[in-house]
Design a protein around this ligand. Structure first.
Ligand code: GCW
Length: 671
């Protein structure tokens, strides 16, 4: 018995799929070379069909040419990556044909068919007239914040399954993980924390080459590229030099030699992710250089090996003074990265968090999307639920990601959305895509809360096909992972779909954010960050609350393209859900909803708690109708969620009642 759940790859028997006659013969065709990926695709298909339909299919492989993508590390453009991963499924005379220009495309076709069967859809009907699938985003990436001592920064599902005691572990679970994420379309993984310290700094030395090469081969067999987070100050920390100045010739020479060694020893390695000048990490600022200087220096050297440098934009002053009302952390990304738009070399991608602060349950979209016009860009979201319930509270994040992707940036005169920019469409970019800080660990169920698996599944599905709806994705996850009983599926959907809105209600009103327990980021602490150095303030007093980010305040609202800038700059036009992010308003200010700010705060907190109770009650109805282990896991989490929601509700309401002295119109109990 494995020590991990098989989640959506459990391939349990599907009794409802009666007409399986078309599912005995498969043909893989197209311009690919038969390689490890094809071997894995065949294995997967056999395993899945045998498990779900109890028949043994025949598989013919008719590859015709050299695979242009796949395993080889070539500097191909983003659009080429997506083109080569495209695949088609059709049915001719009782045989199912999967065709693609790459073996990875064939593998995706196999997973599509298996998903169709697992969801008990009629395969014949689905593919009768032939269908073609092309990934929306060239790079669909997971970022692990796993440390080599086995801990995970912001991990809520046990320990790392990559590392124990500073050693890399490769076992059955590793291979299963590659299958699991490939099955939802992930094609890139960063396996170590962006805060590269201690042993992790030595990943690019012969201490770890052998294991990394092995790991890279496993991933490559599923079309997944291996990436490492890099310590920007490696020249100092492992090279024994006294500088990491990107323009220093000695520093460049060190990296040249280092990269030659690293790429020779880890042939499947595709590039690096770098967190520099951020939260105490070293970077080019130390030497009076720009972020572009740092990124370009590494990229120019990596280019020779067909590799890319993904450079994070999470650069801000984390030693702020709360008394200073001019410095605004929200402005920092734009202020630090916009001036060099166009200077970043073509194998650099800037990785931008969805909001200007840090993964709160509600933030505006980073104005770098729409600001940057001549730079490769990637969106970073977080499925690790750092600020969104820590996989204790249920919080299905796909509806939030849909909003982010659908945001109109006005990057050109058209309706360009974030999705259009990161797909490469708006600027015809060379590389682009989407990354998620992942929520996995070595817990039996991978994600702590069984329902948090929906975020891992959903992130991959959405990254591959931005057009999918949140409800469709939830339904697939439930059917494949938990149950195909219609009433169970509907009940769980009714829990997942509103869960983000519920969490937002009992935690963060009107976009204010940050009223969390410092450091751990779980639980309510209204003033926890108010007098701290992190630039995260609500500025509440007895008259009002919110941060003035308008032209009269920090000016952040003006970083957006029009008409967004004018909308956010005006308290009348700004959408309610973000109004306290952009404005400092009196408690008596009347919102678009017709409520005052203070009444809104009271109402949503009471509602949020009540709705959380209802979600838990819905889950209770599933006793005996889902696997006992799953039932108990989620029930136990719901108990903790309700405790948390009650604390949030009572603390936030009492805090603002005491500050404002304004009674709740409905006379409910406030302390
Ligand atoms: O949200 C903050 C986290 C840090 C994290 C940092 C980042 C990896 O609290 O734990 O560090 O963001 O994104 O770099």
């Amino acid at each position: 018995m494995e020590n991990y759940a098989k989640l959506w790859l459990n391939y349990s028997e599907k009794k409802n799929n009666k007409d399986c006659s078309a599912l005995k013969q498969f043909v893989f065709s197209g311009a690919f070379t038969s390689d490890k990926i094809i071997e894995n695709a065949k294995k997967e298909l056999l395993l899945g069909i045998k498990g779900m339909l109890r028949i043994e299919p025949e598989i013919a492989v008719e590859g015709t040419a050299v695979d242009p993508s796949g395993l080889k590390r070539e500097l191909t453009s983003g659009s080429k990556i997506a083109d080569s991963e495209e695949y088609s499924i059709s049915i001719n005379n009782e045989s199912i044909n999967i065709s693609s220009g790459s073996s990875t495309g064939i593998l995706y076709g196999v997973f599509n068919i298996l998903r169709t069967i697992a969801c008990e859809k009629d395969v014949k009907k689905e593919f009768e007239s032939g269908k073609t699938f092309r990934p929306s985003n060239p790079l669909r990436m997971l970022n692990h914040w796993d440390n080599m001592d086995g801990s995970i920064e912001r991990g809520y599902s046990g320990k790392s399954f990559f590392y124990v005691n500073n050693e890399i572990v490769i076992d059955e679970r590793t291979v299963f993980y590659a299958r699991l994420i490939a099955s939802v379309g992930i094609n890139a993984v960063v396996i170590n924390n962006v805060n590269v310290k201690q042993a992790a700094s030595y990943m690019i030395t012969d201490r770890y080459f052998e294991k990394l090469a092995e790991l890279g081969e496993i991933f490559a067999g599923y079309g997944i590229g291996l990436y490492l987070s890099l310590n920007y100050a490696s020249t100092i920390e492992i090279g024994g030099m006294d500088s990491a100045d990107p323009l220093n010739e000695g520093v460049k020479a060190w990296w040249k030699e280092k990269m030659a060694e690293v790429f020779a020893k880890i042939p499947t390695l595709k590039g690096f992710l770098v967190k520099a000048d951020s939260e105490g990490r070293p970077g080019p600022f130390t030497y009076g250089r720009t972020q572009a200087d740092g990124a370009n220096m590494l990229a120019d050297i990596a280019k020779e090996y067909g590799a890319i440098i993904i450079w994070r934009c999470f650069v801000y002053n984390c030693r702020q003074d709360w008394r200073d009302k001019k410095t605004d952390r929200a402005r920092a990304g734009y202020d630090n990265f916009m001036p060099m738009d166009g200077d970043y070399h073509d194998n650099v991608i800037l990785q931008i968090k969805n909001g200007p602060m840090d993964f709160q349950i509600r933030e505006p979209i980073s104005p770098l999307f729409g600001g940057l016009k001549a730079t490769n860009q990637m969106l970073e979201v977080q499925i690790a639920q750092e600020y969104t319930g820590q996989q204790i509270d249920v919080c299905y994040l796909i509806p939030m990601f849909k909003e982010i992707l659908g945001f109109k940036t006005y990057a050109k005169d058209t309706d360009d959305t974030v999705a259009d920019i990161i797909s490469g469409k708006t600027f015809n970019s060379r590389f682009s895509g989407i990354a998620a800080v992942t929520n996995t660990g070595n817990d039996f169920n991978w994600t702590g809360n069984y329902l948090a698996g929906a975020n891992l599944f959903g992130f991959g599905r959405l990254a591959f096909d931005t057009g999918l709806e949140s409800a469709e994705i939830a339904e697939e996850f439930i059917r494949m992972t938990i149950s195909s009983d219609d009433s169970v599926v509907n009940t769980i959907k009714e829990i997942l779909l509103p869960s983000r809105a519920v969490y937002e209600k009992y935690t963060c009103p009107l976009g204010i954010g940050w009223m969390v327990t410092p450091a751990t980021h779980y639980g309510c602490s209204v003033d926890g960050y108010e007098y701290d150095r992190w630039g995260t303030y609500h500025r509440a007093d007895h008259l009002g609350i919110g941060v003035d980010r308008t032209d009269k305040g920090t000016g952040y609202a003006l970083q957006y393209n029009e008409p967004n800038a004018s909308i956010y700059n005006s308290p009348e036009k700004c959408p309610d859900e973000l109004v306290l992010f952009f404005h400092h308003l009196p408690y008596t200010h009347v919102l678009h909803s017709g409520k005052t700010v203070i009444q809104h705060i009271y109402d949503v907190h009471f509602e949020g708690y009540d709705e959380a109770v209802k979600l838990a009650q819905k889950w209770d109805t599933l006793k005996g109708r889902v696997d006992d282990g799953i039932f108990e896991n989620v029930s136990e989490r719901f108990k903790r969620q309700l405790f948390n929601a009650k604390e949030w509700c009572d603390q936030v309401n009492s805090y603002f009642y005491r500050k404002s002295g304004i009674e709740d119109e409905k006379g409910r109990e406030i302390f």
